[in-house]
Design a protein around this ligand. Structure first.
Ligand code: SIN
Length: 322
């Protein structure tokens, strides 16, 4: 064996496949973190990521909730954005061509107040070749109707996903699940049975913070969605549970989301069962975090003599007491 072959052998294959969508590496952006694509480019070359997920898109433009929309907590961030976005028409004409320039798979997060709204937005986006997949948001805790109303009830979630599945014929259908339920596997099962190609989990956990001087909740709606390092163990548990009880058995890939800061967090989510890992809140602190994570993940593979990162998916050992 000559030296060229030896070097080649140490190269790690970082690519993963999500229901036929090839990603050059497993790290993507969580919805909402980097807007529609190009806003974040001064801080990070998003083209180096495995995929990009947009902010939620609704039928009509939305201003979102009143300020303040974010409140920092000790180990995370509470947000109450309220699905602020430009609306599907403007998104298609103005934003999507920009996102396409990233030259990586684009996932568009879709939200709505009613089944009809979800279907209308999804069918318009289904016609767009620039999009690899639609991520149905049935898990946003920050709006009065729609989203989480569907996401906490397996029957409602299944009914919504089957309706959207009928109009989404060309793009992959991802469904983003909430951890704010008794058993997340029930929800996963319902949406997979209704036609989801990919699951993403977890969205934020409902939380609240109160200003102790004036005694008002800091966020105007009171409740917000908690993200950041505090939620990572919840994400690991939910991914592990859904992978073992539903997704792994039916070959449905999972996009793992929740409190990932470092390479070791991303590896942990993959061991639990995630095929790809989205990074979110950390990017407000360290925009380079995804690229740093990729270096550490490759190094982990090298140390553990793993040639393909995909080989670690779902390989966590069972708990010792089982
Ligand atoms: C928001 O826009 O309020 C956040 C979106 C989400 O939690 O899904």
């Amino acid at each position: 064996m000559n030296i060229d072959q030896i070097e080649h052998k140490t190269e790690i294959d970082m690519s993963v496949e999500l229901a036929g969508i090839r990603m050059k590496n497993p790290i993507l952006t969580a919805s909402g973190i980097c807007g529609y694509g190009l806003e974040y480019l001064p801080y990070l070359d998003l083209g180096k990521m495995g995929a990009f997920t947009t902010k939620s898109i609704t039928l009509e433009p939305r201003d979102g909730n009143p300020a303040p929309r974010m409140a920092e907590t000790r180990a995370g961030l509470l947000n109450s954005i309220g699905l602020a976005n430009v609306g599907v028409d403007k998104f298609i004409v103005e934003k999507l061509p920009q996102a396409r320039r990233l030259d990586i798979p684009i996932f568009v997060n879709v939200a709505g107040r009613t089944v009809e709204e979800y279907c209308e937005v999804a069918s318009r986006l289904d016609e767009q070749d620039a999009i690899a997949g639609l991520e149905l948001n049935i898990s946003c805790p920050n709006v009065a109707c729609g989203a989480l109303e569907f996401g906490v009830d397996a029957d409602q979630a299944g009914m919504l996903v089957s309706a959207v599945r009928k109009v989404v014929k060309k793009r992959k259908l991802i469904v983003k699940l909430t951890p704010n339920v008794t058993d997340i596997s029930d929800l996963a099962r319902a949406v997979v049975d209704a036609g989801a190609d990919i699951l993403s989990l977890i969205n934020t956990l409902r939380g609240m913070t109160i200003n102790i001087e004036n005694r008002h909740p800091i966020l105007p709606r009171g409740v917000g969605g908690l993200s950041g390092p505090a939620v990572k163990p919840v994400a690991v548990y939910c991914i592990w549970k859904v992978y073992n009880e539903v997704a792994g058995k039916q070959n449905i890939p999972i996009i793992g989301i929740g409190g990932v800061q470092y390479w070791s967090d991303a590896i942990e989510l993959m061991l639990a069962g995630a095929t790809a890992v989205a990074m979110g809140t950390v990017m407000y602190v360290n925009p380079q975090a995804p690229l740093e994570a990729l270096v550490g993940m490759e190094d982990y593979c090298r140390r553990h003599k793993v040639d393909r990162i995909a080989d670690i998916i779902g390989t966590a050992e069972p708990p010792r007491a089982i």
